[in-house]
Design a protein around this ligand. Structure first.
Ligand SMILES: [Zn+2]
Ligand SMILES: [Zn+2]
Length: 454
């Protein structure tokens, strides 16, 4: 997955140093987007006699791209189009990076001691996000953006890592080998989120947190990538890097505080102090996965639009090819039956996470549940130990994080005529759901998710 390195290296960006003392560390990031190595690489290839053109000839023979090797103009046009699409695919990464970079710069340099812990935690949390953004592999980013093909790449697979006490030192723990628990992000979001139980090798393992990708040497590495899910008063759902960002589709401000999202990058983990045990009762599911189209930020170029689709007056069908359509999956935790979730509290030290029990309130945050403040690190096999000492002046916790994942997919949107009544709509919905098993799909493609996105 790192054959083309990661996005931070490709874009030659950096991450600020960690803030430890009372003054914010110096960091002067370059304000300019350097020309990407890939664009530099494309330039000499434009020459009609470049050997790469000959090598492409064999690859594209008898395909719709056959033309590019035949005429000089087509070859040049192809390379310019490649460059253009590469820039489009990089744009969103740059926007995220620049938004986070200015958020870090905006944190005051020398805050008074009263607000120091809060400001420092904020800067360090932004630093985490910059790190996570930079760590995304080039393959993953550009496959998601529809620039590279994605089939065949193990993209968005997430793991439930099972921790067990070490044989030689019972107070230490290790990742248990022999459990191969991996799911696509969609399934992981419903089956592996903290609190969920999984049947494995005849035993029940309970997910206790978000997997931090770390060793002792780089313990402050990112937990995940943070974002906001907002909705404007026109009902558009969109993703943003700040809570007051305007709707990307219509420019209206968000209608409420939205949801603070966390995209777990590496998956989930059990706790060493709670090894898999024999099954006793039904498995617990946590929260509910909510699907929405991540509209406004990739839904811009329809592949095909048909009016009066299927001979029905005013029925509009719009088709978006893979790369153009993106689904946002969310799980706000809580009880799967009550369908109310307030997000998760996540320990930034060990990744331990629990569903929040009360709604978020920025003015007076609800107290953390006792079970959370007294939790043992997921890496410790002693359930009576504490993850952080009582003397710590702040709580190393991210609050009310809604766990999320993005899926790139083909999308067909049916805009129904206004005279469709509810019964007709319901019949059509049932027909699509029932018809699904009978639709034939090419090998290696995933079956579509059929949901009413209103
Ligand atoms: Zn809007
Ligand atoms: Zn912890």
């Amino acid at each position: 997955m790192l054959a083309y390195s990661n996005m931070g290296t490709l874009c030659r960006t950096g991450v600020p140093p960690k803030w430890i003392g009372s003054t914010k560390p110096e960091w002067t990031p370059s304000r300019q987007q350097p020309a990407s190595d890939f664009i530099v690489f494309l330039e000499p290839i434009r020459s009609a006699v470049h050997p790469l053109r000959q090598r492409c000839r064999n690859i594209v023979r008898d395909t719709p791209l056959d033309l590019i090797a035949e005429s000089d103009e087509a070859w040049l046009e192809f390379l310019l189009e490649t460059e253009r699409q590469f820039s489009v695919a990089s744009k969103e990464w740059w926007e995220d990076y620049e938004a986070l970079r200015s958020a870090w710069t905006d944190v005051p340099k020398d805050p008074s001691s009263a607000v120091l812990p809060g400001e420092r935690a904020k800067a360090n949390s932004i630093r985490y996000q910059l790190g996570a953004l930079s760590d995304i592999s080039v393959i993953e980013w550009f496959s998601d953006a529809g620039f590279l093909p994605r089939y065949g790449f193990p993209i968005h697979l997430q793991r439930l890592s099972v921790r067990t006490p070490r044989v030689d030192r019972a107070d230490k723990s290790t990742t248990a080998e022999g459990y191969r628990l991996e799911r696509t992000s969609l399934l992981a979001l419903s089956e592996y989120v903290p609190g969920a139980q999984v049947l494995v090798g005849g035993k029940v393992a309970e997910s206790k947190g978000i997997l931090k990708h770390w060793t002792e040497a780089n313990r402050d590495e990112a937990l995940g990538l943070n974002n906001w899910a907002l909705r404007c008063s026109n009902g558009h759902d969109y993703l943003a890097t700040s809570q007051d960002e305007q709707c990307k589709e219509c420019g209206l401000p968000p209608q409420d505080a939205g949801q603070a999202l966390m995209f777990p990058r590496f998956g989930y983990t059990t706790a060493a102090w709670d090894p898999p045990k024999p099954p006793g009762r039904n498995l617990d599911r946590v929260g509910e996965v909510v699907l929405t189209t991540a509209g406004g930020f990739t839904f811009n170029a329809a592949t095909k639009t048909e009016l009066n689709f299927g001979g029905i007056t005013s029925l509009i069908a719009t088709y978006y090819e893979a790369g153009q359509g993106q689904l946002l999956l969310r799980n706000a935790g809580g009880d799967a039956w009550s369908k109310v979730g307030y997000g998760f509290a996540v320990c930034t030290r060990c990744g331990f996470a629990m569903s929040e029990e009360k709604p978020s309130n920025p003015k007076s945050p609800p107290a953390l549940p006792r079970k959370f403040t007294d939790h043992a690190s997921v890496f410790s096999s002693n359930p009576m130990s504490r993850c952080w000492p009582n003397t710590l002046a702040y709580e190393p916790v991210l609050r009310h994080k809604v766990l999320a994942a993005k899926e790139t997919t083909d999308v067909l949107i049916l805009d129904l005529p206004v005279n469709f009544d509810e019964a007709t709509l319901f019949s059509l919905g049932r027909a699509l759901v029932l018809g699904r098993p009978y639709i034939r799909y090419p090998a290696n493609t995933r079956r579509p998710v059929i949901r009413d996105f209103s």
